[in-house]
Design a protein around this ligand. Structure first.
Ligand code: SAH
Length: 348
Protein backbone atom coordinates (compact mmCIF):
# COMPACT_ATOMS: atom_id res chain seq x y z
CA UNK A 1 0.00 0.00 0.00
CA UNK A 2 1.46 3.31 -1.09
CA UNK A 3 0.29 5.11 2.08
CA UNK A 4 2.66 2.96 4.13
CA UNK A 5 5.63 4.75 2.53
CA UNK A 6 6.95 8.24 3.13
CA UNK A 7 8.22 10.40 0.30
CA UNK A 8 11.84 9.35 0.36
CA UNK A 9 11.01 5.64 0.66
CA UNK A 10 8.72 5.98 -2.33
CA UNK A 11 11.34 7.76 -4.39
CA UNK A 12 13.89 5.08 -3.61
CA UNK A 13 11.53 2.17 -4.34
CA UNK A 14 11.02 3.48 -7.88
CA UNK A 15 14.47 5.01 -8.31
CA UNK A 16 12.98 8.43 -9.08
CA UNK A 17 13.94 11.88 -7.78
CA UNK A 18 12.15 13.15 -4.69
CA UNK A 19 10.12 15.69 -6.65
CA UNK A 20 8.25 12.81 -8.32
CA UNK A 21 7.19 11.55 -4.92
CA UNK A 22 6.15 15.13 -4.11
CA UNK A 23 3.94 15.18 -7.19
CA UNK A 24 2.18 11.99 -6.11
CA UNK A 25 1.70 13.45 -2.69
CA UNK A 26 0.07 16.56 -4.08
CA UNK A 27 -2.37 14.44 -6.04
CA UNK A 28 -3.29 12.36 -3.02
CA UNK A 29 -3.45 15.03 -0.34
CA UNK A 30 -4.35 18.29 -2.09
CA UNK A 31 -6.19 17.15 -5.15
CA UNK A 32 -7.91 14.21 -3.46
CA UNK A 33 -7.07 11.82 -6.29
CA UNK A 34 -6.80 8.12 -5.54
CA UNK A 35 -6.50 6.76 -9.09
CA UNK A 36 -2.92 6.74 -10.40
CA UNK A 37 -4.25 7.05 -13.96
CA UNK A 38 -5.48 10.56 -13.20
CA UNK A 39 -2.07 11.77 -12.03
CA UNK A 40 -1.41 13.36 -15.38
CA UNK A 41 1.88 15.05 -14.66
CA UNK A 42 3.51 11.65 -14.19
CA UNK A 43 4.71 9.73 -17.23
CA UNK A 44 2.48 6.93 -18.47
CA UNK A 45 5.21 4.45 -17.74
CA UNK A 46 5.56 5.61 -14.14
CA UNK A 47 1.79 5.53 -13.64
CA UNK A 48 1.70 1.98 -14.91
CA UNK A 49 4.43 0.87 -12.55
CA UNK A 50 2.57 2.51 -9.66
CA UNK A 51 -0.59 0.65 -10.67
CA UNK A 52 1.32 -2.59 -11.06
CA UNK A 53 2.78 -2.29 -7.61
CA UNK A 54 -0.09 -0.75 -5.63
CA UNK A 55 -3.27 -0.99 -7.71
CA UNK A 56 -4.79 2.15 -6.25
CA UNK A 57 -3.92 4.64 -3.52
CA UNK A 58 -6.48 3.00 -1.26
CA UNK A 59 -6.45 -0.68 -0.50
CA UNK A 60 -9.50 -0.95 1.70
CA UNK A 61 -12.96 -1.60 0.34
CA UNK A 62 -15.78 0.78 1.25
CA UNK A 63 -18.51 -1.57 2.49
CA UNK A 64 -20.96 1.04 3.70
CA UNK A 65 -21.35 4.76 3.35
CA UNK A 66 -24.12 6.21 5.48
CA UNK A 67 -25.28 9.80 5.73
CA UNK A 68 -27.42 11.00 8.60
CA UNK A 69 -29.92 13.88 8.79
CA UNK A 70 -27.31 16.12 10.38
CA UNK A 71 -24.87 15.39 7.51
CA UNK A 72 -22.70 13.15 9.62
CA UNK A 73 -21.22 10.56 7.28
CA UNK A 74 -19.88 7.21 8.23
CA UNK A 75 -17.73 4.73 6.34
CA UNK A 76 -17.26 1.06 7.08
CA UNK A 77 -14.00 -0.05 5.50
CA UNK A 78 -12.85 -3.62 4.98
CA UNK A 79 -9.11 -4.28 4.77
CA UNK A 80 -7.43 -6.97 2.71
CA UNK A 81 -7.61 -9.50 5.54
CA UNK A 82 -11.39 -9.05 5.85
CA UNK A 83 -11.18 -7.01 9.06
CA UNK A 84 -13.31 -3.89 9.28
CA UNK A 85 -13.19 -0.50 10.93
CA UNK A 86 -15.37 2.55 10.82
CA UNK A 87 -14.61 6.23 10.55
CA UNK A 88 -16.86 9.26 10.68
CA UNK A 89 -17.04 12.72 9.15
CA UNK A 90 -18.70 15.26 11.44
CA UNK A 91 -19.86 18.68 10.31
CA UNK A 92 -20.94 21.61 12.44
CA UNK A 93 -22.25 25.08 11.74
CA UNK A 94 -18.98 26.71 12.75
CA UNK A 95 -17.46 25.21 9.63
CA UNK A 96 -15.63 22.45 11.47
CA UNK A 97 -15.14 19.34 9.35
CA UNK A 98 -13.92 16.67 11.70
CA UNK A 99 -12.61 13.21 10.93
CA UNK A 100 -13.09 10.65 13.70
CA UNK A 101 -10.75 7.73 13.06
CA UNK A 102 -10.01 4.26 14.40
CA UNK A 103 -6.58 2.94 15.36
CA UNK A 104 -7.27 -0.74 16.00
CA UNK A 105 -9.64 -3.49 14.87
CA UNK A 106 -11.60 -4.10 18.05
CA UNK A 107 -10.27 -3.01 21.41
CA UNK A 108 -8.73 -4.79 24.36
CA UNK A 109 -9.99 -2.32 26.97
CA UNK A 110 -13.54 -3.65 27.24
CA UNK A 111 -15.08 -0.57 28.83
CA UNK A 112 -18.62 -1.67 29.73
CA UNK A 113 -20.38 1.21 27.95
CA UNK A 114 -18.45 0.98 24.67
CA UNK A 115 -19.32 -1.15 21.64
CA UNK A 116 -15.75 -1.21 20.31
CA UNK A 117 -14.40 -3.67 22.81
CA UNK A 118 -17.37 -5.99 23.12
CA UNK A 119 -15.95 -8.53 20.73
CA UNK A 120 -12.38 -8.11 21.92
CA UNK A 121 -9.18 -7.01 20.21
CA UNK A 122 -8.12 -8.24 16.77
CA UNK A 123 -5.13 -6.24 15.59
CA UNK A 124 -3.50 -2.84 15.25
CA UNK A 125 -4.14 -0.84 12.12
CA UNK A 126 -1.10 -0.01 10.01
CA UNK A 127 -0.07 3.58 9.47
CA UNK A 128 -1.40 3.40 5.90
CA UNK A 129 -4.77 2.15 7.13
CA UNK A 130 -4.99 5.05 9.57
CA UNK A 131 -4.07 7.53 6.82
CA UNK A 132 -6.53 5.97 4.41
CA UNK A 133 -9.45 6.68 6.74
CA UNK A 134 -8.48 10.36 6.95
CA UNK A 135 -8.03 10.72 3.20
CA UNK A 136 -11.28 8.92 2.39
CA UNK A 137 -13.20 11.24 4.73
CA UNK A 138 -11.47 14.25 3.19
CA UNK A 139 -12.66 13.11 -0.25
CA UNK A 140 -16.28 13.09 0.96
CA UNK A 141 -16.07 16.88 1.30
CA UNK A 142 -16.74 19.12 -1.72
CA UNK A 143 -13.56 19.91 -3.66
CA UNK A 144 -13.13 23.37 -2.12
CA UNK A 145 -13.37 22.02 1.44
CA UNK A 146 -10.85 20.18 3.57
CA UNK A 147 -10.86 18.51 6.93
CA UNK A 148 -10.31 21.05 9.69
CA UNK A 149 -10.01 18.70 12.68
CA UNK A 150 -9.12 15.12 13.50
CA UNK A 151 -10.22 13.28 16.61
CA UNK A 152 -8.75 9.89 17.35
CA UNK A 153 -11.92 8.66 19.00
CA UNK A 154 -12.97 5.75 16.83
CA UNK A 155 -12.35 2.08 17.53
CA UNK A 156 -9.30 1.10 19.54
CA UNK A 157 -6.90 2.47 22.12
CA UNK A 158 -4.60 4.90 20.30
CA UNK A 159 -1.75 4.79 22.81
CA UNK A 160 -1.39 1.05 22.21
CA UNK A 161 -0.70 1.79 18.53
CA UNK A 162 1.19 5.00 19.01
CA UNK A 163 3.98 4.50 16.49
CA UNK A 164 1.66 4.03 13.51
CA UNK A 165 -0.72 6.72 14.73
CA UNK A 166 2.00 9.36 15.09
CA UNK A 167 3.31 8.58 11.62
CA UNK A 168 -0.17 9.09 10.12
CA UNK A 169 -0.89 12.26 12.12
CA UNK A 170 2.53 13.75 11.37
CA UNK A 171 1.90 13.13 7.67
CA UNK A 172 -1.53 14.78 7.55
CA UNK A 173 -0.47 17.76 9.64
CA UNK A 174 2.57 18.47 7.46
CA UNK A 175 2.51 21.44 5.09
CA UNK A 176 2.42 19.16 2.06
CA UNK A 177 -0.15 16.91 3.73
CA UNK A 178 -3.47 18.46 4.72
CA UNK A 179 -1.61 21.22 6.53
CA UNK A 180 -3.77 20.83 9.64
CA UNK A 181 -2.76 22.69 12.76
CA UNK A 182 -1.64 20.30 15.48
CA UNK A 183 -3.99 22.11 17.85
CA UNK A 184 -6.85 20.70 15.82
CA UNK A 185 -5.86 17.10 16.36
CA UNK A 186 -7.00 15.31 19.51
CA UNK A 187 -5.93 11.88 20.70
CA UNK A 188 -8.36 10.30 23.15
CA UNK A 189 -7.03 7.62 25.47
CA UNK A 190 -8.48 5.35 28.13
CA UNK A 191 -5.52 6.58 30.19
CA UNK A 192 -2.41 4.47 29.86
CA UNK A 193 0.25 6.28 31.92
CA UNK A 194 3.28 4.83 30.08
CA UNK A 195 1.72 5.85 26.75
CA UNK A 196 0.98 9.37 27.95
CA UNK A 197 4.57 9.72 29.15
CA UNK A 198 5.88 8.41 25.83
CA UNK A 199 3.74 10.93 24.01
CA UNK A 200 5.03 13.74 26.27
CA UNK A 201 8.63 12.66 25.65
CA UNK A 202 7.97 12.61 21.93
CA UNK A 203 7.07 16.29 22.19
CA UNK A 204 10.04 17.00 24.44
CA UNK A 205 12.29 15.55 21.75
CA UNK A 206 10.83 17.83 19.09
CA UNK A 207 7.76 15.85 18.01
CA UNK A 208 4.38 17.44 17.44
CA UNK A 209 2.26 18.07 20.54
CA UNK A 210 -1.25 16.96 19.75
CA UNK A 211 -4.14 17.61 22.09
CA UNK A 212 -4.76 14.89 24.61
CA UNK A 213 -8.13 13.78 25.93
CA UNK A 214 -8.35 11.27 28.77
CA UNK A 215 -11.41 9.11 29.36
CA UNK A 216 -11.87 9.65 33.07
CA UNK A 217 -15.59 8.85 33.34
CA UNK A 218 -15.58 8.53 37.14
CA UNK A 219 -14.60 10.62 40.17
CA UNK A 220 -13.09 7.70 42.12
CA UNK A 221 -11.36 4.37 41.56
CA UNK A 222 -14.26 2.28 42.78
CA UNK A 223 -16.65 3.52 40.14
CA UNK A 224 -13.97 3.78 37.46
CA UNK A 225 -12.84 0.17 37.96
CA UNK A 226 -16.44 -0.98 37.66
CA UNK A 227 -16.80 0.52 34.17
CA UNK A 228 -13.21 0.53 32.88
CA UNK A 229 -11.37 -2.73 33.67
CA UNK A 230 -8.00 -1.10 32.83
CA UNK A 231 -8.40 1.05 35.95
CA UNK A 232 -7.56 -1.97 38.08
CA UNK A 233 -4.09 -1.90 36.52
CA UNK A 234 -3.54 1.87 36.30
CA UNK A 235 -5.61 3.92 38.70
CA UNK A 236 -6.79 7.51 38.54
CA UNK A 237 -3.83 8.92 40.48
CA UNK A 238 -1.28 7.34 38.14
CA UNK A 239 -3.19 8.70 35.16
CA UNK A 240 -3.43 12.21 36.63
CA UNK A 241 0.31 12.19 37.36
CA UNK A 242 1.03 11.24 33.75
CA UNK A 243 -1.40 13.95 32.60
CA UNK A 244 0.44 16.54 34.72
CA UNK A 245 3.69 15.44 33.08
CA UNK A 246 2.12 15.82 29.62
CA UNK A 247 0.93 19.31 30.51
CA UNK A 248 4.37 20.25 31.84
CA UNK A 249 6.14 19.08 28.69
CA UNK A 250 3.69 20.46 26.16
CA UNK A 251 1.79 23.30 27.80
CA UNK A 252 -1.34 21.78 26.28
CA UNK A 253 -4.44 21.82 28.37
CA UNK A 254 -5.80 18.31 28.90
CA UNK A 255 -9.41 17.37 28.28
CA UNK A 256 -11.03 14.92 30.67
CA UNK A 257 -13.90 13.06 29.07
CA UNK A 258 -16.74 12.07 31.34
CA UNK A 259 -19.47 9.89 29.90
CA UNK A 260 -22.55 10.35 32.08
CA UNK A 261 -24.32 7.08 32.83
CA UNK A 262 -27.60 7.02 34.74
CA UNK A 263 -27.20 5.88 38.33
CA UNK A 264 -23.51 5.08 37.89
CA UNK A 265 -21.55 8.36 37.87
CA UNK A 266 -24.19 11.09 37.57
CA UNK A 267 -25.12 11.84 41.21
CA UNK A 268 -24.55 15.24 42.88
CA UNK A 269 -21.96 13.68 45.20
CA UNK A 270 -20.02 12.47 42.13
CA UNK A 271 -19.93 16.02 40.79
CA UNK A 272 -18.52 17.25 44.12
CA UNK A 273 -15.89 14.50 44.10
CA UNK A 274 -14.94 15.36 40.52
CA UNK A 275 -14.52 19.03 41.39
CA UNK A 276 -12.21 18.08 44.26
CA UNK A 277 -10.23 15.72 42.04
CA UNK A 278 -9.64 18.19 39.22
CA UNK A 279 -9.65 21.60 40.86
CA UNK A 280 -6.42 23.48 40.34
CA UNK A 281 -5.65 21.66 37.10
CA UNK A 282 -5.47 23.43 33.76
CA UNK A 283 -8.06 21.19 32.24
CA UNK A 284 -11.42 21.05 30.63
CA UNK A 285 -14.12 18.50 31.35
CA UNK A 286 -16.00 17.13 28.37
CA UNK A 287 -19.36 15.74 29.39
CA UNK A 288 -20.67 13.04 27.03
CA UNK A 289 -24.22 11.84 27.70
CA UNK A 290 -24.08 8.07 27.26
CA UNK A 291 -24.97 6.86 23.81
CA UNK A 292 -26.87 3.66 24.64
CA UNK A 293 -25.55 0.54 22.90
CA UNK A 294 -27.07 -2.78 21.99
CA UNK A 295 -26.88 -5.58 24.59
CA UNK A 296 -26.29 -3.12 27.42
CA UNK A 297 -28.66 -1.98 30.15
CA UNK A 298 -26.84 1.29 30.71
CA UNK A 299 -28.89 4.44 30.16
CA UNK A 300 -28.39 8.11 29.48
CA UNK A 301 -29.38 10.38 32.39
CA UNK A 302 -32.30 12.75 31.89
CA UNK A 303 -31.65 16.22 30.52
CA UNK A 304 -32.29 17.64 33.97
CA UNK A 305 -29.70 15.43 35.64
CA UNK A 306 -27.14 16.26 32.94
CA UNK A 307 -27.78 19.99 33.40
CA UNK A 308 -27.52 19.77 37.15
CA UNK A 309 -24.26 17.82 36.95
CA UNK A 310 -22.77 20.35 34.54
CA UNK A 311 -23.88 23.29 36.69
CA UNK A 312 -22.32 21.75 39.76
CA UNK A 313 -19.00 21.34 37.97
CA UNK A 314 -19.16 24.92 36.72
CA UNK A 315 -19.95 26.37 40.10
CA UNK A 316 -17.10 24.29 41.49
CA UNK A 317 -14.80 26.23 39.14
CA UNK A 318 -14.24 23.62 36.44
CA UNK A 319 -14.36 24.42 32.75
CA UNK A 320 -16.99 22.26 31.11
CA UNK A 321 -18.17 21.42 27.61
CA UNK A 322 -21.01 19.12 26.62
CA UNK A 323 -20.48 16.91 23.61
CA UNK A 324 -23.58 16.75 21.48
CA UNK A 325 -24.47 13.44 19.98
CA UNK A 326 -24.31 13.32 16.24
CA UNK A 327 -25.26 10.73 13.69
CA UNK A 328 -27.30 8.59 16.12
CA UNK A 329 -29.36 7.15 13.32
CA UNK A 330 -26.33 5.80 11.50
CA UNK A 331 -24.74 4.17 14.53
CA UNK A 332 -22.10 6.89 14.48
CA UNK A 333 -20.86 6.26 17.98
CA UNK A 334 -18.12 4.03 19.12
CA UNK A 335 -17.83 0.86 17.11
CA UNK A 336 -21.53 0.26 16.70
CA UNK A 337 -21.57 0.07 12.94
CA UNK A 338 -18.80 -2.51 12.75
CA UNK A 339 -20.58 -4.54 15.36
CA UNK A 340 -24.01 -4.35 13.80
CA UNK A 341 -22.97 -4.91 10.20
CA UNK A 342 -23.59 -8.45 9.17
CA UNK A 343 -21.12 -10.40 7.08
CA UNK A 344 -23.41 -10.02 4.06
CA UNK A 345 -23.39 -6.29 3.88
CA UNK A 346 -24.07 -4.78 0.45
CA UNK A 347 -21.11 -3.27 -1.30
CA UNK A 348 -21.91 0.22 -2.59
N1 SAH B 1 -9.98 4.31 23.38
C1 SAH B 1 -10.10 5.74 23.41
C2 SAH B 1 -11.05 6.30 22.35
C3 SAH B 1 -12.45 5.84 22.60
S1 SAH B 1 -13.84 6.65 21.90
C4 SAH B 1 -10.54 6.18 24.78
O1 SAH B 1 -10.84 5.34 25.62
O2 SAH B 1 -10.57 7.38 25.04
C5 SAH B 1 -13.90 8.26 22.50
C6 SAH B 1 -14.72 8.52 23.76
O3 SAH B 1 -16.05 8.01 23.68
C7 SAH B 1 -14.08 7.88 24.98
O4 SAH B 1 -14.10 8.81 26.02
C8 SAH B 1 -15.01 6.74 25.26
O5 SAH B 1 -14.93 6.31 26.59
C9 SAH B 1 -16.35 7.33 24.90
N2 SAH B 1 -17.42 6.35 24.66
C10 SAH B 1 -17.31 5.07 24.27
N3 SAH B 1 -18.53 4.49 24.18
C11 SAH B 1 -19.42 5.44 24.51
C12 SAH B 1 -20.86 5.45 24.60
N4 SAH B 1 -21.58 4.38 24.32
N5 SAH B 1 -21.45 6.61 24.96
C13 SAH B 1 -20.72 7.71 25.24
N6 SAH B 1 -19.38 7.75 25.17
C14 SAH B 1 -18.73 6.63 24.82
Amino acid sequence: MILEYDKSMLASIFGVPLFRANQIRRWIFSRKVSDFNLMTDLSREFRLSLIERFGSVFHGKELLHEISDDFTEKLLIEWLDGERVECVLLRDDRGHRTACISTQVGCAMRCVFCASGMNGFVRNLTRGEILEQILRLNILLPSEERLTHIVVMGIGEPLLNLHSLLYALDEVTSVDGLDLSIRRVTISTVGIPAGIIRLADYVKEGGKGYKLAISLHAPNNKIRSSIIPENKIHNIQEILNAADYYFKQTGRRITFEYTLIEGVNDRPEHAIELVNLLSGKTAIVNIIPLNPIKDSELKTPSKQVIEQFVNQLKSGGLQVKIRMRKGDKINAACGQLRRNATKNVTIQ
